[in-house]
Write a protein that binds this ligand. Structure first.
Ligand SMILES: Nc1ncnc2c1ncn2[C@@H]1O[C@H](COP(=O)(O)OP(=O)(O)OP(=O)(O)O)[C@@H](O)[C@H]1O
Ligand SMILES: [Mg+2]
Length: 386
């Protein structure tokens, strides 16, 4: 039973099924990936459940991605006359596992170490220390084998030939992957359709918008039908409609049983797509869990944002001292007008305390909402700064 409290990738469902006589009870145990816990509600609807307990299992049996104490230290030279060497620890002791068919997200501020981690997992960078395996294959010892099973797409136009058309690019990479010409001929139109570039295959990449370049990157990554995909900021620079379509494409890939690791700065995207998320800061994983569990972790369950007159902000801050110790009150000076952000489990009390000030001399506007993943992210990253 000791393995019940570790990793959050699988859950055990214990349930007691009542036989008609009500005397005979049968204990059943089911082990399912966390992404499939909706079966719980199905059982519930059928009225079969008398008792349910959830437990978590330790190691995954056969993970698609395993990162074990990955470290990366970059050594660079600085200075013109007096050249010194500088070390940057980009990744420090990062460990995680991604289950087959899971969509796992890496979030974190600029420079946190996300791309460096992805580059080590995709055999593009050698770790300074630590190991990683893809489908059980070692990224250092079995590099060539690993590359057959992975696809990756990094943001930006690097990795594509701008003077060539999309189809010429895809043909070129298909040859590099040693795909049979017959297979290539069939797959390229399918992929252009999948990523929404139908009809643009004969245009040169230099005439593409940044969103179209991103889509072509994804098509290139899928050419050799890899089981594991690494997408570094796949929707960056794509308009809202386009990024919704691309998110749908990513969901379709999951239904095709691909395993995906993606990095993103868009919290709504992470919340919509990812089974689990790791938040990385200063090269380390700060938290790792499902989006729903992450939202429960941060104290308070409501967020109140009030636009305030700057001169009156100190009075309002003073008034809010009446809240319980778990509530968090922050004044955002950079917002115009200044914004009071209150994270609390007692929103009614906030409204009661602020009610004498609900006029434009003090408060210009107020909104009460539930916590989003973005609130959780900001709380965690700001907490790290303090
Ligand atoms: N080739 C390199 N040489 C030296 N330092 C590097 C190199 N690549 C990355 N770094 C440093 O490693 C750290 C992590 O960078 P990385 O690109 O992994 O961050 P990131 O989380 O992907 O950030 P972003 O969200 O901006 O893409 C940064 O401090 C960066 O300056
Ligand atoms: Mg990056």
């Amino acid at each position: 039973m000791k393995s019940l409290h570790t990793d959050s990738s699988h859950v055990f469902l214990f349930f007691i099924k009542r036989k008609e006589s009500a005397v005979k009870l049968r204990l059943s145990v089911l082990c399912v990936p966390i992404s499939n816990t909706q079966i719980l509600s199905t059982y519930d609807r059928l009225g079969h459940l008398d008792f349910v307990a959830l437990g978590r299992r330790g190691e995954m049996e056969n993970p698609a991605i395993q990162a074990c104490s990955l470290n990366k230290v970059f050594k660079t030279k600085i200075g013109l006359w007096k050249i010194k060497s500088k070390s940057t620890t980009a990744v420090e002791d990062i460990s995680f596992e991604v289950e087959r068919g899971e969509l796992f997200g890496l979030l974190g501020p600029n420079g946190a170490g996300k791309t460096t981690t992805v580059k080590m997992l995709t055999t593009l960078l050698l770790p300074t220390r630590g190991t990683a395996k893809i489908l059980g294959l070692d990224v250092i010892e079995q590099t060539a084998e690993v590359r057959k099973h992975i696809g990756f797409a990094f943001s930006g136009s690097r990795g594509l030939y701008n003077r060539l058309t999309a189809i010429q690019n895809l043909n070129y990479f298909a040859e590099l992957y040693a795909l049979e010409p017959k297979v290539t001929k069939k797959r390229i139109p399918e992929l252009l359709e999948l990523v929404g570039l139908n009809g643009r295959g004969d245009d040169r990449v230099e005439t593409y918008s940044s969103g179209m370049v991103q889509r072509l990157h994804l098509a290139r990554a899928l050419l050799h039908e890899p089981e594991v995909l690494f997408l570094d900021e796949p929707t960056v620079g794509i308009d809202p409609v386009g990024s919704r379509e691309l998110r749908q494409t990513i969901k379709n890939l999951i239904s095709l049983k691909k395993t995906i690791l993606l990095t993103t700065h868009y919290m709504a995207e992470a919340e919509e797509l990812c089974n689990r998320i790791a938040i990385v800061n200063h090269g380390k994983i700060v938290v790792m869990d499902t989006p729903a569990s992450l939202k429960k972790r941060v104290s308070g369950d409501s967020v109140i944002e009030a636009e305030v007159q700057s001169a009156k902000a100190p009075i309002l801050l003073d008034t809010l001292r009446g809240l319980d110790g778990r509530s968090m009150v922050k004044l955002d000076h950079s917002a115009e007008p200044e914004k009071l952000c209150i994270r609390t489990a007692e929103p009614e009390k906030v409204l009661e305390l602020l009610s004498p000030f609900l006029n434009p001399d003090y408060i210009l506007g107020m909104e009460v909402r539930h916590q989003t993943l973005e609130d959780v992210y900001i709380t965690i990253i700001q907490g790290e700064k303090e």
